[in-house]
Design a protein around this ligand. Structure first.
Ligand SMILES: [Zn+2]
Length: 440
């Protein structure tokens, strides 16, 4: 290398090392690295900086100077080269200063870590998920304590031919929030969950005139269970344990659901043996109100109110919805089908929640069958039936299991099973006494 070509590198080393080394020494060192050690100019500069203790390696801005593993990134890099595998990639339309712009973003991974990345001037190159690239002249920032890799107008992307990167399986999930199923809430966005497939089925649906297959089922861990829907075939089988990364949460009536879109990554994990016992999925009203919804939740409380619409009701024979004044809101005046139902308010000491109890459980809880209710109504009128039923259930303690949904009026529970709770008065009294004694 001619002296002329070396001049910018010498200047750069002087700038970085300051008065730690003079120009003659730099030339001598460079000569040694380049001609005796036979290394490239970049490696030579790095070596000299290390040797003379340059503190400013971060600001050492040249072509391909600094190469880092993702796990080494601090988020303050101004110019860094990264060789990484594309874990997932997506094109986004954004607006910059009122103008539409396309950017490419996703997650990069190597053996050490994963990080999100954004290509601000994507150009024609299309990144392939699972392929390895050299991302040159990147700059990094941090957001929410996480490093983000940016490829700006100075950046360059090259296919890293022959480079193989094996991501540790759990690294894939480093970016989205890793959560326990029982802690999943509405509005959580992107999550990673690990659970066991309780059930799965494929359904054909028509979306926008197109026939599609949806794979849906139930996933559970030791804290809860959740419905999932996958829009592509991940080959999910009942009984296997999965780490589902980058799924997103969408709620229907307050019940969170796990949606597995194109960005989703599914990996098989060691068998999960600890699965929530649904009968033990007991929550307080306060917890339910905070979560907003959930499946197969068990709740115990006192019936503090019996609402209008309890007792004998009529359902539309076409849509099965309850009718009002002999009419269905959709189908108009129809001959209703008699049914029995309870709409109650349950209070467990932490709060109150509305509960809708079906015919079978209403019969079980009150001891009044639909047939008996109809007989009573024929003789004494339906309002008497309502009073009878109210008298049997009000201020009784019941245990119910059902799905909690939320609407504008807050959460309510649609009961699948219900039972009276026999209060052991003696045991309750003793428990209270113990508590009192402990408090003294
Ligand atoms: Zn109807």
């Amino acid at each position: 290398m001619e002296m002329e070509e070396l001049t910018p590198h010498i200047q750069e080393l002087q700038r970085v090392l300051g008065d730690k080394i003079d120009e003659d020494q730099i030339v001598e060192e460079l000569n040694k690295y380049l001609n005796e050690y036979h290394v490239g100019i970049d490696a030579a500069k790095r070596g000299i900086i290390r040797k003379y203790g340059g503190s400013d390696t971060m600001g050492f801005v040249t072509g391909n100077t600094l190469t880092k593993k993702i796990g080494e990134l601090t988020g303050s890099e101004q110019n860094v080269d990264i060789t990484a595998k594309v874990v997932f990639v997506d094109t986004k339309d954004i607006t910059v200063k009122g103008l539409p712009k396309k950017i490419v973003s996703g997650i990069l991974g190597d053996e050490t870590a994963t990080a999100s990345f954004t290509i601000w001037e994507p150009g024609a190159m299309v990144l392939a998920k699972g392929s390895v690239y050299n991302f040159r002249n990147c700059y990094c920032k941090t957001w929410n304590d996480k490093v983000q890799i940016n490829i700006g107008s100075r950046g360059r992307i090259e296919v890293a031919d022959g480079v193989r990167i094996d991501l540790p399986e759990r690294q894939i999930s480093a970016s989205p929030t890793e959560v326990k199923i029982g802690n999943i809430k509405d509005g959580m966005g992107s999550v990673t969950v690990t659970g066991k497939v309780i059930s799965v089925e494929a359904r054909e649906i028509t979306a926008r005139g197109e026939q599609k297959t949806v794979y849906s089922g139930m996933l559970a861990d030791d804290t809860g269970k959740i419905q999932f829907s996958a829009w592509s075939d991940f080959g999910i089988k009942e009984g296997e344990s999965l780490c589902i990364s980058n799924a997103y949460i969408r709620s229907w009536k307050g019940i969170p659901q796990l949606n597995m879109g194109d960005r989703c990554e599914v990996s098989r994990v060691d068998a999960i043996t600890e699965i929530i016992d649904t009968s033990a999925n007991k929550k307080t009203v306060d917890e339910i109100t905070r979560i907003g919804g959930g499946l197969d939740i068990t709740l115990e409380g006192l019936v503090v109110d019996v609402r209008q619409g309890s007792g004998i009701i009529r359902r539309c024979p076409q849509c099965n919805r309850s009718m009002l004044n002999g009419a269905c809101t959709t189908h108009g005046m129809v001959e209703g089908v008699m049914d029995l139902r309870l709409k109650v308010v349950l209070d467990d000491g932490t709060g109150a929640i509305g509960a809708i109890i079906n015919r079978a459980d209403t019969e079980k809880l009150t001891g009044i069958t639909l047939q008996a209710a109809q007989g009573l109504a024929a003789v004494k009128g339906e309002s008497v039936v309502g009073r009878e039923i109210t008298g049997k259930i009000l201020m009784k303690r019941i245990r119910v299991t059902g799905n909690v949904m939320s609407d504008d009026y807050g959460p309510s529970i649609i009961i699948k099973s219900a039972e009276n709770v026999e209060i052991d008065l003696e045991a309750e009294a003793n428990k209270l006494l113990e508590e009192v004694e402990a408090a003294i």
